[in-house]
Design a protein. Structure first.
Ligand code: BES
Ligand code: MN
Ligand code: ZN
Length: 543
């Protein structure tokens, strides 16, 4: 039994994108949803019971688990027909530690051209992290062999505190992560795709149905993550607010979503004085993007996802230092992760109602830019003294959060690369999670924390308290837009909190997690794994 992987190449878009790019047109009118996805992986689920057993499977490679202490997994035992695997373990060629691999060719008694031994740690105590590093190592090893297809016969149902669906999902995400490249802006590709492109997951007959569902969902999630990464990695001169709006429109076409893109005039009519103040200094037109997905019951209140869409944050008049300013092209990663999550949810056809609200603009200095000390009136009517034009994320989000009221939401989650201070607090491992502290919000926080743990896309809860709110006091307006250096990510959350009192709300500060620096510089796709997991579980609850 097979189920084919989805074709995700959009060659037409790619071509037009390249033509525009290399003929000097700085902006694309039609967004290329995908860039480097000629590196498509074709996944399927197969059973190797009875007549069609693993040793006789005709394939380029079978990946099987081995443990520390020279121990074999069940599928390793089934392929150890003439003792070659045992011999390899006994000779010390592989430690069995998570992440270790050993490629064997022409193994006696086995039809497959190769066998890849994959270390899973201590026997029968493979933890989630161990399994993830094993699948990453497997994907890397399979990406360099001279074969087009392979079978993954890892013990998907034996990961501690995780089920088979989780393991299939982890293996798909690891494979897609390893295959991901973003080199379409280079005139020649870095490295052409090599190795395995067709990957079959070996599961038992009884697990077939759940494995197939998990595979379909994992591919949808991987597609969402890739969309988020592509948008994040695109430079500010291509990924403008208009580009994000066109991406939303294309998603709406492809997945039959509702879409509305408000331009400056419409944003003015809504009296979003705070959002508009951020866009004063730039020639690039602002966009206010609304997407709607109705997979749930008609009367069911929607979940609203709000994403910060600053396509470049220079800081404005409170200009940032030059070093690393290029990284502020990632300041739309909140918006990108909301779009990526939408793509995944729509492809999974989850039974929920979802709304995306994305305020998007550039933050630039100019003769018309907002100045420190300026006072603006937000859509909520509350006035804001802008003491620092670089604290712009909260200024665009507060109006989006007010706008979200009209959907009578079940809950609202905003996602934003909001503060450098969250990186000081939590580094690059956890995103910051903020909610009010009452029973309803504690429950929501627990749900989000759990979704983070289940996906490895973790969050850490931070406080919102009146003592911090006091730091936002202004002598000239209802509030200032900064609260001084102490607790910078908390005062930013406190600012947003003032615009969310009509519904249940959570804020996720992804400034430390949305992209990676150093040699692996690029967007991470976080927190799409977290958000999709949260929504999958919500959909099950309400079904
Ligand atoms: N986009 C930045 C936050 C940011 C900083 C994200 C570093 C990723 C890495 C945000 O708009 C910003 O500039 N925040 C200021 C707020 C300050 C002026 C109160 C910050 O964090 O320095
Ligand atoms: Mn800023
Ligand atoms: Zn910013």
């Amino acid at each position: 039994m097979e189920c084919a992987g989805s074709k995700i190449v959009d060659a037409h878009d790619r071509l037009h994108f390249k033509q525009r790019l290399f003929h000097g047109a700085g902006q694309s009118e039609t967004p290329a949803e995908r860039f480097s996805t000629e590196r498509v992986m074709d996944f399927s689920i197969k059973t190797f019971d009875g007549k069609n057993a693993l040793p006789t499977a005709k394939t380029g490679c079978i990946a099987i688990g081995v443990f520390e202490g020279k121990k074999l997994s069940a599928s390793a035992r089934s392929l150890d027909v003439k003792g070659a695997i045992t011999a390899a373990l006994n000779s010390g060629d592989i430690s069995g530690k998570p992440g270790s691999t050993l490629l064997m060719r022409a193994v006696p008694g086995v039809a497959s051209e190769r066998i890849l031994l994959v270390g899973l740690g201590k026997e029968d105590s493979t933890g989630a992290r161990d399994f993830v590093s094993a699948t990453q190592a497997t994907a890397r090893a399979l990406s360099t062999i001279g074969s087009n297809d392979a079978v993954l016969a890892l013990p998907f149902d034996r990961v501690k505190e995780r089920d088979l669906e989780w393991a299939v999902n982890a293996a798909v995400l690891a494979s897609r992560e390893v295959a991901y490249r973003f080199d379409d802006l280079k005139s020649t590709q870095d490295t052409p795709q090599t190795g395995v492109k067709k990957l079959a997951f070996a599961v038992s007959e009884t697990s077939l149905a759940s494995a197939k569902l998990a595979l379909a969902q994992a591919q949808a999630i991987a597609n969402g993550i890739e969309l988020t990464k592509n948008l994040g990695n695109l430079p500010g001169n291509i990924c403008t607010p208009t580009y994000l709006a066109n991406t939303a429109k294309k998603l709406a076409r492809d997945f039959k979503l509702g879409v509305e893109v408000l331009d400056r005039k419409q944003i003015q009519a809504l009296k979003m004085g705070s959002f508009l103040s951020v866009t004063n200094g730039t020639e690039e037109p602002p966009k206010f993007i609304v997407l709607k997905y109705n997979g749930g019951k008609a009367k069911e209140a929607p979940i609203v996802l709000v994403g910060k869409g600053i396509t470049f944050d220079s800081g404005g008049i409170s200009i940032k230092p030059s070093a690393s300013m290029d990284e502020m092209k990632y300041d739309m990663c909140g918006a990108a992760s909301v779009l990526g999550t939408f793509r995944a949810v729509a492809e999974m056809k989850l039974k929920i109602n979802l709304v995306a609200v994305i305020p998007s603009c550039e933050n630039m200095p100019s003769g018309r830019a907002t100045k420190p000390g300026d006072v603006v009136t937000s859509m909520s009517g509350q006035t804001i003294e802008i003491l620092n034009t670089d604290a712009e994320g909260r200024l665009i989000l507060c109006d989006a959060l007010t706008y979200a009221e009209r959907f009578k939401p079940a809950l609202v989650i905003d996602v934003a690369t909001l503060t450098g201070a969250i990186i000081t607090s939590l580094g690059h491992h956890n995103s910051g999670l903020f909610t009010r502290h009452d029973d309803a919000h504690d429950a929501l926080a627990e749900e989000i924390l759990a979704a983070g743990k289940e996906t490895g896309d973790t969050v850490w809860r931070m406080p919102i308290e009146d003592a911090y709110q006091e730091q936002l006091k202004s002598n000239f307006a209802d509030m200032a837009n900064i609260g001084g250096p102490p607790g910078g990510s908390i005062t930013a959350a406190c600012f947003l909190e003032r615009y969310t009192r009509k519904y249940t709300w959570a804020h996720i500060d992804i400034a430390g997690t949305a992209w990676k620096g150093g040699a692996a510089k690029g967007a991470s796709g976080r927190p799409v794994p977290l958000l999709t997991r949260f929504l999958i579980k919500r959909a099950k609850q309400t079904a």
